[in-house]
Design a protein around this ligand. Structure first.
Ligand SMILES: Cc1cc2nc3c(=O)[nH]c(=O)nc-3n(C[C@H](O)[C@H](O)[C@H](O)COP(=O)(O)OP(=O)(O)OC[C@H]3O[C@@H](n4cnc5c(N)ncnc54)[C@H](O)[C@@H]3O)c2cc1C
Length: 509
């Protein structure tokens, strides 16, 4: 039996583990934290359950990125999903689905009423959005199919790409200007980049289509977009992300795999240019035929002796544009916030200047919630995540790992107060109705993930940069997880794990 050691039990490690037990490998996962799941693990206090941030997840429906993975692993039925949508709130206006469904283009038509001078641009944008999504659909189909079918999809993809070729090197700021004049309208399409901790001037222009899928704003929009193209779906996992973590854990254990918590890997052993096992923090050695690392890219490379860490790996790590961390306040409240926030996820933006906002965060300047935040109320979709008559609610902002003034340990209560003050402008009464509170700082995220620099979605999607490769120059040593993907959400972290197992299998053949 081929033995694989996986470092880390985040969603990427669990996905890889589930594939490998199915393929007959002996799987052992080492996790340094006392609980599994990494940032997909749950937080619990006083009868309330919160996720560590995952809200609407992309690509979980049948035939999509994660949908196909769940189907490969035969666990589709164990992951109850609910299609849903989000609200964007800007100073002076909101993008919120109409009560009565008014077609797939309602958001574009609504924006035309707000920005009539950009009506033609909005129509051009939507036409190109459709073409781009067709391109993405063909790319995914090509990757999932093999042989002739894959080549056919690639050819069609290339034809679809042709009209976009002149814009490949445009950044998103310039690309948005191709369609829109009004700065507020440009902000509507660029605002989500703040969540990726990437400046509009650094983000690939064509990526605007990718990060603004229409179904994210209205779950009623059919996913079929044309005879070739599909929009991605947005869903909640009913019960929260912990349901997926537990499901993958169960599968791994049932098929003879082992998950060991509270044990960090402190070294990867290499012999004759091949990975042969790991050394744990209790100095015990565990041998293996394959080692798959996850977690931080720099931390992963640091597990190799100097003589075994090729220059090419170190260079890649030095060049990674990592995202920043998150400051989060989880509340348990004894009232129903629906009159103020009708859907589980709302992004509140209080600035239009994302270029400088991102710069500041990178310099350690924290805006204390004044520039915007997200409120996520998981008990809307899963009432069991809070005691009866109560709600679990998360407020979070992107935040620097190291604030320029003081430390998170010293300032967390003050920062939580300031964030709640901002949130109360949207949901009045939050403080008076709070029955329990849990603050999660970048320090806590670092502890949970074993990272020196916590990057909440891994590698920032900066043009021309990519994550650390899955395949390393060392035989039988592979790398997966958020820092191997650009702009990693759960979907990309899981898909990266699937790709890696596929590449591993191909190589072993
Ligand atoms: C606040 C927040 C909000 C988010 N929101 C969303 C969202 O809405 N939608 C979405 O799709 N994605 C979201 N993401 C991103 C997504 O959750 C992550 O990209 C993904 O879960 C990362 O999975 P991972 O396995 O790469 O890493 P992790 O979850 O960090 O797991 C890595 C694991 O490896 C362990 N480890 C590392 N080194 C070692 C070692 N040497 N020995 C033993 N164990 C080790 C760590 O302890 C950790 O448990 C969010 C993330 C955060 C933090």
């Amino acid at each position: 039996m081929v033995k694989a050691i996986i470092i880390g039990s985040g969603i990427s490690g669990l996905t890889a583990g589930a594939y490998l037990v199915d393929k007959g490998y002996e799987v052992r996962i080492y996790e340094q934290f006392e609980e599994i799941g990494g940032v997909t693990g749950e937080l619990r206090q006083d009868g309330f359950i919160w996720n560590q941030g995952q809200m609407l997840v992309e690509g979980f429906s049948e035939g999509e990125q994660v949908g196909s993975i769940l189907s490969d692993l035969s666990v589709t039925r164990e992951i109850p999903l609910k299609r849903s949508d989000r609200i964007y709130s800007f100073p002076g206006f909101r993008i919120e689905k109409p009560v009565k469904y008014s077609g797939a283009k309602w958001r574009i038509e609504f924006l035309k009423t707000l920005f009539p001078e950009d009506s033609t641009g909005l129509d051009r944008y939507y036409k190109d959005y459709v073409k781009f999504m067709e391109l993405v659909t063909l790319a995914r189909k090509s990757e999932r199919s093999g042989g002739v079918a894959s080549r056919m999809y690639k050819m069609r993809m290339f034809m679809k790409l042709l009209p976009f070729l002149p814009y490949l090197k445009w950044n998103s700021q310039r690309f948005a200007e191709r369609y829109f004049k009004n700065p507020e309208l440009k902000a509507v399409f660029l605002s989500i980049l703040a969540d990726f901790v990437v400046r509009p001037s650094e983000f690939q222009g064509l990526g605007i289509f990718f990060v603004n899928p229409e179904p994210a704003f209205d779950r009623r929009i059919p996913l079929e977009l044309s005879n070739i193209g599909r929009h991605p779906s947005y869903t909640y996992i009913l019960g929260g992300c912990g349901v997926l973590v537990k499901c993958l854990e169960k599968k791994i254990l049932e098929k003879g795999g082992r998950i060991v918590t509270g044990k960090a890997v402190q070294k990867i052993n290499i012999k004759d240019g091949k990975a042969v096992g790991v050394v744990l923090d209790d100095e015990n050695t565990e041998s293996a035929d394959v080692v798959i690392g996850s977690g931080g890219a720099r931390e992963f490379v640091d597990l190799l002796d100097a003589e075994n860490s090729p220059e090419s790996l170190r260079k890649q790590v030095d060049d990674l544009p990592l995202m920043e961390s998150v400051f989060m306040v989880n509340l348990g409240v004894d009232f129903d916030p629906r009159p103020y926030q009708g859907v589980a996820t709302t992004y509140y933006y209080n600035t239009l200047d994302f270029e400088h906002g991102i710069d500041d965060i990178k310099k350690g300047k924290y805006h204390e919630g004044k520039e915007g935040f997200v409120i996520y109320i998981p008990s809307y979709h899963t009432p069991a995540m809070a005691p009866e008559g109560h709600h679990s609610l998360t407020i979070y902002t992107i935040a620097p790992n190291n604030p320029e003034n003081g430390s998170w340990a010293e300032r967390k209560e003050e920062m939580a107060e300031k964030l709640i003050i901002e949130a109360e402008k949207q949901i009045p009464g939050l403080r008076d109705h709070t029955v329990t509170k849990m603050i999660v700082t970048p320090d806590d995220f670092r502890k949970r993930t074993h990272l020196k620099h916590h990057a909440f979605g891994g590698v920032a999607p900066v043009m021309g940069k990519k994550g650390l490769s899955h395949k390393t120059p060392i035989k039988n040593l592979w790398y997966i997880g958020a820092q191997s993907e650009s702009g990693a959400g759960m979907n990309n972290a899981m898909e990266g794990a699937w790709r890696t197992i596929k590449a591993m299998e191909k190589e072993s053949r």
